[in-house]
Design a protein around this ligand. Structure first.
Ligand SMILES: CC(C)(COP(=O)(O)OP(=O)(O)OC[C@H]1O[C@@H](n2cnc3c(N)ncnc32)[C@H](O)[C@@H]1OP(=O)(O)O)[C@@H](O)C(=O)NCCC(=O)NCCS
Length: 177
């Protein structure tokens, strides 16, 4: 006979569904390397690359998104100069479409400041990512023809800071939730 599980308490249910952003840890790296392979295939970062990225802190800043004890997303930025670069941003398929990609991007913007601008590179055929970046005020500055085999790479740029027309920063977004 199956024994019915006791219903989860509100706290347990919240912990299972809520996504927490925290600084990336050394212990995350094997899982992040595995996720990279699943999400980016031949362009995935190896475990050794991940070690190098974390070793490059504080110039690099990485954030891991966790839900119910599982890693469901991650993102990183290279900062320290007038222009910062998005190194990576990804959400696992099961956690997509829930606002996590945007939340991770806002965290990167926050980490990049006081840089004047944030750059990133995206495949021209990556519709989801392009829609996200477009809605966050990124504009195309360079097209690298056939950078990914048959597919172009787009270099996008967004102004940071309080200039008119700048997209909202993390503080404003948090306040909207
Ligand atoms: C790109 C990615 C990070 C988006 O993550 P996400 O958590 O699903 O994104 P969000 O739920 O925060 O959505 C933010 C916006 O992205 C756009 N978007 C997300 N999924 C989309 C889809 N399937 N089609 C079109 N636009 C989409 C929308 O503009 C959306 O805003 P809206 O919800 O107000 O319409 C995710 O698809 C991903 O990890 N892809 C694989 C890795 C990758 O391509 N990384 C980017 C490399 S440059």
């Amino acid at each position: 006979m199956n024994s019915a599980k006791a219903p989860a308490t509100t706290t347990e249910a919240t912990e299972a569904t809520e996504v927490t952003l925290r600084e990336t840890r050394w212990q995350d790296l094997q899982r992040l390397a595995d996720l990279e392979s699943e999400l980016f295939g031949p362009q995935a970062w190896s475990l050794a690359s991940w070690w190098g990225e974390l070793a490059a802190r504080p110039r690099r800043a990485y954030v891991t998104a966790v839900r119910g004890g599982e890693i469901v997303g991650y993102a990183g930025v290279d900062r320290g100069g007038a222009v910062a670069d998005v190194m990576t941003i990804a959400v696992t398929p099961a956690a997509r479409g829930l606002g996590l990609g945007r939340r991770l991007l806002h965290r990167l913007v926050e980490s990049a400041e006081p840089a004047e601008a944030l750059l990133l590179e995206v495949r021209a055929d990556n519709a989801a990512a392009r829609a996200l970046y477009d809605s966050e005020g990124f504009e195309v500055v360079t097209v690298r023809r056939r950078y990914y085999g048959e597919v172009d790479a787009l270099v996008l740029r967004r102004h940071l800071g309080a200039a008119p027309g700048a997209a909202p920063g993390e503080a404003q977004v948090e306040a909207q939730r």
